[in-house]
Design a binder for this molecule. Structure first.
Ligand code: GLN
Length: 228
């Protein structure tokens, strides 16, 4: 089933990438235990990557990047432990593998989850997050959000663009470490951040046609592959 990116172009991209020999693919593991992973897979195909759905340790081979979708962070954390994937996941990220996380993925990636200190997490991103900072599912909204895109290209550092940000039971980042760049803010709420090989957003780029974040992931994963 194709999602909103459904088009002849996406179908062509899927066919082209699936017909590329594995050693030539830029392979990005998408955590597929729960949540909105399919939309990320389609966005990744659209930018030229091969998404690899991750459900077990056996799936976690020959990867050049990672994607953590939105969904329910408590369930994803439990399933990561149950399937013995948590340590390997965190190890990949600590080892420099590029990762893009959205919403529940941002929560999982963070070092601190306020009020849920014992919640299972990857403990990689130097940030403290507040879950459900924007209310319940029925209070979901979309807003044009100015974001800094230091990752557009080397010369575009600090360049601003406006992003169609979709908020669904979104978290908010309330504190970040010195080494973390803030990419998007709404009033005083921090909504997207970057720390080295990690980019994370409280909103859902995979539900829009804007492929900026997935393009970043593809580019970084291609570079990472060259280092292996
Ligand atoms: N509030 C959810 C959580 O805490 C995240 C919501 C989402 O990913 N859309 O996991």
């Amino acid at each position: 089933m194709l999602t909103h990116l459904s088009s002849i172009h996406l179908q062509q991209a899927i066919e082209r990438i699936e017909n590329t020999p594995e050693q030539e693919q830029v392979r990005i593991g998408v955590l597929a235990l729960q949540g909105a992973f399919l939309e990320h897979c389609h966005a990744l195909y659209a930018v030229g990557a091969k998404p690899v759905e991750l459900r077990s340790l056996q799936d976690m081979e020959n990867l050049h990047g990672l994607c953590l979708p939105g969904g329910e962070s408590t369930v994803m954390g439990k399933l990561l432990v149950q399937n013995r994937m948590l340590e390997k996941f965190a190890g990949f990220i600590q080892g420099g593998m590029p990762v893009f996380a959205t919403c529940a993925g941002l929560i999982l990636l963070s070092k601190e989850i306020i009020g849920f200190e014992n919640q299972v997490r990857l403990n990689c991103l130097n940030a403290a997050v507040n879950r459900n900072a924007f209310g319940r599912q029925k209070e979901s909204f979309i807003e044009e959000l100015p974001i800094i895109c230091p990752f557009l290209s080397e010369n575009d550092a600090e360049k601003q663009c406006v992003f169609p940000a979709v908020f669904i039971r979104a978290p908010q980042v309330v504190r970040v470490g010195n080494n973390v760049t803030i990419l998007a803010k709404r009033n005083e709420q921090i909504l997207a951040v970057q720390e080295k090989n990690m980019v994370a957003a409280a909103f859902h780029p995979e539900l829009t046609e804007n492929l900026l974040f997935h393009t970043w992931l593809y580019k970084k994963a291609s570079e990472y592959k060259q280092l292996l």
